[in-house]
Write a protein that binds this ligand. Structure first.
Ligand SMILES: [Zn+2]
Ligand SMILES: [Zn+2]
Length: 391
């Protein structure tokens, strides 16, 4: 059976929630309005518990099934959506476009939140499962590690969560299709900040200086040899230096320079290797040039690793919703996603939901596709009803 009839009936309402959230985008942990909206809906639906303020502005709804739980059955499953928007000026021209200058829902978290609310409504209404569904609405997915903040606040322990499932819309994947693979599918993302202190001076007297610009270029070149010469060519890795700041006059060799970049990897071994080699290269260039080079290497989101058994579950449920031919394999991506923290704590799976031929994520013309709502919402419901089926 494909999309649930009841979900098709709920679609206009879920879409209206999405448009409301879309109008008032909020960033990072400052998702007060969205969190209030979510908590109010969850209370209306009659969730058994609605807890706010987890991970600062995260919201959790607890829905207990009506069927008895058997011994040894899975008891508690967590479904996660994200609520935050991005610091981008919206250029969609939509009637429900952002009303907040410089902020927009350009990653579809408005859609994720609305779909999970739709599922919560259905599950609270029907309760046709055993055990407990925990619906999780997190802040600060976009670089703020909101998932980690909720875990630090005892998300797993307080609600007894045994498995986590997440979903993200995927532009380029047809509406009505899903994409998933087991294993590492999204990258760990680390940041590097480099401060070079050379010796400034007159542009015409370079021999009296240590040119921080030249040191910076040598460093960038040397860093680019790490992926090409140190990493196994069959492994994935990215080092991108995206900022280089130095100087403010054409005739002055600048005393200092600053570089900033990002490091992406799909395994902890390659991640460790890159960090070590970056430290070595920085030390080596400092020695060769005589500059002082300060490196701050900060580890960000971990690799998102889909667990095999739960990926099978997700695939099976997606096929049930979308049909066999509409569930495809997802090649790993070097983007990052903080749902990875949840999958470090408990087994689970992250699936991509087709958003059709839309602008890409984080683009000012991007919009979540309302036609995907019935598929995503049905997926959540069927996931709970099948994973928490009475034995
Ligand atoms: Zn995003
Ligand atoms: Zn996102």
């Amino acid at each position: 059976m494909p999309v649930l009839n009841r979900v098709a009936d709920l679609q206009p309402e879920i879409m209206a929630w999405r448009h409301d959230i879309h109008r008032f985008p909020e960033l990072q942990y400052d998702v007060e309005r969205t969190a209030e909206f979510v908590a109010a809906r969850l209370r209306e639906f009659g969730c058994d518990e609605v807890v706010t303020g987890i991970g600062r502005t995260g919201v959790v709804g607890v829905i207990r099934g009506a069927k008895p739980v058997g011994n040894g059955d899975l008891k508690v499953v967590g479904l996660r959506a994200d609520m935050d928007a991005l610091p981008i000026e919206e250029e969609t021209g939509l009637p429900y476009a952002s009303t907040v200058p410089g902020k927009m829902h350009a990653c579809g978290h408005d859609g994720h939140t609305a779909m999970l609310l739709g599922a919560a409504r259905y599950l609270a209404e029907t309760r046709n499962f055993a055990g407990t569904a925990v619906v999780i609405f997190q802040p600060a997915e976009e670089g703020g590690a909101g998932a980690a903040a909720m875990l630090d606040d005892g998300l797993v322990e307080r609600f007894g969560i045994e498995q986590f499932y997440g979903m993200h819309n995927g532009p380029g994947i047809p509406v009505g299709a899903f994409a998933i693979s087991e294993g590492p599918i999204m990258a760990a993302t680390d940041s590097i900040d480099i401060r070079i202190e050379g010796l400034g001076g007159h542009a015409a007297r370079p021999h009296m200086c240590i040119d921080s610009v030249l040191v910076g270029t040598q460093l960038i070149n040397a860093l680019q040899t790490i992926v090409s010469r140190n990493v196994d060519p069959l492994e994935a890795a990215v080092i991108s230096i995206c900022e280089f700041h130095a100087g403010n006059a054409r005739n002055v060799i600048p005393h200092t320079a600053e570089l900033k970049g990002t490091v992406r990897t799909l395994t902890s071994e390659v991640r460790d290797l890159l960090e070590k080699r970056i430290r070595d290269v920085v030390a080596g260039v400092a020695q060769v040039t005589g500059a002082k080079i300060e490196l701050t290497y900060e580890r960000g989101y971990p690799v998102l690793v889909n667990h095999a058994p739960q990926s099978d579950v997700a695939r099976r449920v997606a096929r049930d919703v979308a049909g066999d031919s509409n569930v495809v394999a997802m090649p790993p991506m070097m983007g990052a996603e903080d749902f990875a923290y949840m999958l470090e704590k408990r087994p689970g799976a992250f699936i991509f939901l087709g958003n059709g031929d839309s602008a890409g994520l984080h683009h000012p013309a991007y919009n979540f596709n309302d036609d995907a709502i019935v598929f995503g919402t049905s997926y959540w419901i069927k996931l709970i009803e099948s994973q928490l089926a009475a034995s």
